[in-house]
Design a protein around this ligand. Structure first.
Ligand SMILES: *[C@@H]1O[C@H](CO)[C@@H](O)[C@H](O)[C@H]1NC(C)=O
Ligand SMILES: *[C@@H]1O[C@H](CO)[C@@H](O)[C@H](O)[C@H]1NC(C)=O
Ligand SMILES: *[C@@H]1O[C@H](CO)[C@@H](O)[C@H](O)[C@H]1NC(C)=O
Length: 509
């Protein structure tokens, strides 16, 4: 089979091979949970979090390079991604890890400053192209389908100097960058993700404490979101009109969705939970995946009203033109969904403040239950049933789109006998299984975050999500499989959840 054909075949299976409906497990014991043939298993990483080689062979500075160098105090362990997992130098070794896991796909991101050092497409860094070509060739040799994220937070610093995502011209610059990727890799890559978790990099980056540290919540976060949505729409249309007939393939966007459950059954809390979902997931889902398009009506109304009360002559949430609404609406082949945990939502009590913020606009109180199992991440407790609810919310509110779970995972203390991680994955996969085969959600695959421990943004190396443990103190950055790697191999190779790994079953409700 020639390679192009092989890739068509694999992505064909990935996208059309899933028979939605019952794979015939109802008569089996609960422990023999199986996914249908064609349901794909993979792992994910992101360029800044694993590559290292931050200043090598023409790569320029990203916002995370600048941020970790200038503000070590904002990183939990004062570390940087300068070296990270050294994956820039370990193409063969890393792909071997995936081969050992028996995976059908690998989701990774391309580094904009490695490919376009000055952010713009007038100069393409050949070493950047070479590096990803090598990675893609190695994946092909090992029959692993690439799933490529164009943007996973590492904006070239030189573009941040122009305002980054708050500057409307970024949408055009991103489209220029996307064109370089499609021209160079369109033949090898059939599954594209434009952006990873816009809420994280817009709210966290421009509203909060993550790079670039905009700290301008209620303003810059909304500007960022606005331009990212425009950029996504432009790139999807460009892909659809110019590249699809040439290379084929599929394009989507990855949005994070923690399930938001009302804290009580009161009408107020139920309304608060729905508002929170709209501000969180709906912010990016509604313009692309809803039938009507545009921002969620509740966001529009609340931010317009608050802005007026605060004395602004115009809303802090920008308006799309009718052409832009149309461009973004339906701009997807699939939804990439990241899901980790669940929160309880109560009605907020804040009065509208003169100092605006995203939090002030949402105006809800969220918390997690004390008896939900803790992990090594303060924001992440183990709540498997929330996964099923989030998937069903997507099915019911966005016309059951094709979903690729692009991230799900958990951090625990270092160590190879990670039974807690095995239990987490097992419980979340059971919840996912129910969403697909009992409820009818169209999910085509599951991606574990992450292949190996890596640089976890402002948490540095302190939080480990890997199936492989990375020894950061060894010059080789040695990767060693954890028990969870063995477990996941079993899952990926058989499509079934083995019953001899998990030693604990989390509560289903
Ligand atoms: C690259 O960065 C490292 C620190 O991570 C430094 O030691 C080295 O001198 C830098 N190399 C260049 C060419 O600037
Ligand atoms: C995670 O574990 C590290 C030690 O490995 C510890 O320093 C850190 O405080 C832990 N973080 C949380 C949120 O528990
Ligand atoms: C580092 O890797 C090299 C090449 O794989 C190997 O020969 C060497 O033994 C390794 N060193 C350590 C300390 O693991």
């Amino acid at each position: 089979m020639n390679s192009v054909y092989l890739h068509w075949f694999i992505s064909f299976a990935l996208f059309y091979g899933v028979s939605s409906g019952d794979p015939g497990t109802d008569n089996l014991l609960d422990s023999e949970v199986c996914f249908a043939d064609g349901f794909a298993f993979g792992v994910a990483t992101a360029s800044y979090q694993i590559e290292g080689a931050w200043n090598v062979s023409g790569k320029s500075e990203s916002i995370w390079d600048r941020y970790t160098h200038e503000h070590p105090e904002r990183i939990f362990d004062h570390n940087t991604g300068d070296v990270a997992c050294g994956s820039y130098y370990k193409v063969k070794e890393d792909v071997q890890l995936m081969t050992q896991l028996g995976l059908s796909f690998y989701r990774f991101s391309m580094s904009w400053p490695r490919i376009l050092p000055n952010g713009l497409s007038n100069y393409v860094n050949e070493d950047g192209i070479r590096y990803y070509k090598e990675l893609l060739a190695e994946l092909r040799r090992n029959h692993i389908t690439p799933v490529v994220t164009m943007y996973h937070w590492d904006l070239p610093q030189c573009l941040q100097d122009l305002g980054g995502w708050t500057n409307p011209i970024m949408a055009e610059y991103f489209a220029d960058y996307a064109r370089v990727l499609l021209d160079n890799f369109g033949e090898q890559v059939k599954i594209w993700i434009t952006f990873n978790e816009p809420v994280s990099f817009c709210e966290g980056g421009y509203g909060g404490e993550d790079a670039p540290g905009g700290k301008s919540s209620g303003f810059e976060d909304y500007m960022c979101g606005h331009n990212v949505l425009r950029a996504h729409g432009m790139v999807y249309r460009m892909f659809d009109q110019e590249y699809r007939k040439k290379y084929g393939g599929h394009m989507g966007i990855t949005i994070s969705f923690s399930w938001l459950e009302p804290a009580t059954t009161s009408l107020e809390d139920r309304k608060a939970a729905e508002t929170a979902r709209q501000f969180n997931f709906g912010w990016f889902a509604n313009p692309i995946f809803s039938k009507t398009g545009d921002y969620p009506p509740i966001m529009r109304t609340v931010i317009d009203t608050n802005s007026k009360r605060q004395g602004f002559p115009r809303s802090r949430l920008p308006y799309f033109t009718p052409q832009e609404v149309k461009m973004m609406r339906g701009a997807y082949d699939f939804l990439g969904l990241n899901h980790y945990t669940t929160y309880l939502v109560q009605q907020g009590t804040r009065k509208i403040r003169n100092q605006p913020s995203y939090e002030d606009d949402v105006n809800v109180k969220i918390h997690q239950k004390d008896d939900w199992p803790k992990t090594n991440s303060s924001w992440l407790r183990v709540v498997p049933w929330g996964f099923r609810k989030a998937l069903n919310y997507v099915r019911l509110n966005y016309r059951n789109p094709k979903v690729l779970v692009t991230e799900n995972g958990v951090s625990f203390e270092p160590g190879l006998r990670d039974t807690k991680r095995v239990n987490y994955i097992d419980a979340y996969l059971r919840s996912l299984h129910a969403a697909v085969y009992k409820d009818g959600c169209t999910v085509i695959g599951y991606t574990y975050w992450s292949l190996m421990d890596n640089f976890e943004w402002t948490r540095g190396f302190s939080e480990r999500f890997g199936l492989y443990e990375v020894d950061y103190s060894s010059p080789n950055l040695t990767r060693t499989p954890r028990l969870s790697a063995k477990y996941f191999t079993n899952v990926a190779k058989t499509g079934c959840l083995p019953n001899n790994f998990a030693d604990y079953t989390y509560s289903r409700d």
